[in-house]
Design a protein around this ligand. Structure first.
Ligand code: PGU
Length: 473
């Protein structure tokens, strides 16, 4: 550690005390050196002096009060974009973060979003604060998109909806609610899951454990393991479920399996907690992708649903989403909403307005709503085409007889290839194909033109690198 010096000089005593920062951080008031009779500048040639009344403070240049803070590791998902930027190879391909690209590998702003933004500009809308719970028109639209406008939970006003900072912020708010009102309750998350789920619950100080989900032998769902683990969880646990297009595996339960999942959740008095980050993006249909949530709510269960408009409307950076809590009475929903607002207020005060107005304007205008659905179908369709092309390339090139058809069964933005960590690293180091180390490929970022190259990279990594690990049997 660099020798950090911080000096407090009393003007009256003309004395200064220098203490190493690490000692200061430990809360000690040990005085490292005391000098009399010389000016602060003379005593500490590296220091800059500011005088605040009777006490002057000298902070040395190039040293920090934050000396004790170590370097954090890069984020396993967002860090992939940083590594991609640093890669100078021409062939480089970024298949890390789940964000849609066009066939030309460019980001895509939906036409319907541009139209809604133009309307907002024409109307000259103001930038006043939103209420803590967000834009009323957005909250109404988002709950209706999720449950269906005719759903009894909506009609009976049993849903507490609060606009959140996209999917992540909405999950975090729900985690804060669990921490405050269900002390000691556990959240069960799938193994594997979106990596940030663990961070969210850790930071909210909510206990979590995993339920089995992915079966490497079949590259499919370990349904029996999932049911057994949900059954074994302490009564009244929160069960985190991906509403559709499970991230990272792309494997969803069938409608029949959802019924059984609902049975065991009900039996054990658990509370379903849905993460819906891909409504309309998985199948192209908003209703089909909300089927799991609607199925469980139709059983009269109380449940939580976090929503995101990052993918289905391409509003990634606008940070627009919501947390919905379905309660057994309108009265309970009113109280839950009041507490969600109370939790939000000291965290971020109130949410951003721009994305909320875009969503409300699109959903509230039948013509724009239809345009959105068509664009969503187009995006979902492009992903399906590229998925097929990748499968075709792999099957044509791989002479080993390995069956790659699992790729076609997966849905949503991703393909979980079963590549191990070392094999995933080979994808990046040798082929400059940047993917997460769990072997997940963001198919939404792939173009047809790059499928052959990607297939070569996958086959080389799969057949020539490392010992068989999980996912390779
Ligand atoms: N929930 C799931 C299941 C997700 O996949 C994501 C995004 C989110 C929530 C949160 O998205 P918001 O933008 O906060 O609405 N996952 C993507 C995006 C990158 C990331 O990790 O945030 C991904 O690549 O997994």
């Amino acid at each position: 550690m660099a020798s950090a010096m911080l000096s407090f000089a009393s003007a009256a005593a003309s004395a200064s005390a220098s203490l190493p920062v690490h000692e200061n951080l430990k809360g000690k008031t040990k005085i490292g050196s005391v000098n009399f009779g010389s000016s602060v500048q003379e005593r500490n040639p590296f220091g800059k002096t500011k005088h605040f009344g009777r006490v002057s403070m000298t902070v040395a240049v190039n040293v920090s009060r934050f000396e004790g803070i170590t370097m954090a590791p890069p984020d396993p998902i967002l860090g992939v974009s940083e590594a991609f930027k640093a890669d100078t190879d021409e062939k480089k391909l970024n298949l890390g973060v789940g964000a849609y690209r066009t066939e030309e590998l460019q980001p895509y702003v939906l036409k319907v979003v541009k139209k809604a933004e133009n309307l907002m500009l024409e109307r000259g809308e103001n930038k006043e604060y939103l209420p803590i719970e967000g834009l009323a028109a957005f909250n109404k639209a988002t709950a209706e998109l999720l449950f269906g406008a005719e759903n009894p939970v909506i009609k009976q006003q049993r849903v507490a909806t609060v606009q959140g900072l996209s999917g992540t912020g909405s999950l975090r708010l729900a985690a804060a609610l669990i921490e405050r009102y269900f002390p000691g309750a556990k959240v069960l998350i799938s193994s594997p899951t979106w990596g940030n789920h663990k961070n969210i619950f850790n930071d909210a100080r909510v206990q979590w454990s995993e339920y089995r989900y992915y079966d490497p032998k079949t590259v499919g769902l370990d349904f029996d393991g999932m049911i057994a683990d949900i059954k074994a969880a302490p009564e009244g646990s929160f069960i985190l479920l991906h509403g559709c297009a499970h991230n990272p595996t792309g494997i969803d339960p069938t409608p029949e399996q959802w019924e059984k999942i609902a049975d065991v959740i009900q039996e054990k008095n658990h509370i379903p907690f849905f993460d819906v980050a891909y409504q309309g993006f998985a199948s192209g249909s908003l209703d089909a992708d909300a089927a799991s949530v609607r199925l469980l709510s139709a059983r009269g269960m109380e449940l939580l649903v976090a929503q995101s408009y990052s993918k289905n409307l391409g509003l990634y950076a606008e940070r627009i989403g919501a947390i919905n809590v379905v309660c057994s009475s309108a009265d309970a929903a009113t109280r839950v909403k009041s507490q969600l607002k109370r939790l939000a207020r000291p965290m971020y005060s109130n949410p951003p307005v721009h994305g909320a107005k875009i969503v409300a304007n699109i959903v509230g205008d039948p013509a724009l709503f239809n345009e959105w659905k068509a664009e969503m179908e187009m995006m979902a369709g492009r992903i399906k085409n590229v998925r097929q092309k990748l499968y075709d390339s792999l099957s044509a090139k791989d002479k080993s007889g390995k069956d790659w058809s699992f790729i076609l069964k997966q849905i949503g933005m991703f393909s979980f290839t079963g590549l191990s960590k070392t094999q995933s690293e080979n994808m990046t180091k040798k082929w400059h194909v940047h993917i997460t180390k769990d072997g997940r490929i963001s198919v939404a970022r792939l173009s047809s033109a790059k499928c052959e190259y990607l297939a070569d990279a996958i086959l080389d990594s799969y057949h020539n690198v490392g010992l068989p690990e999980i996912g390779q049997q």
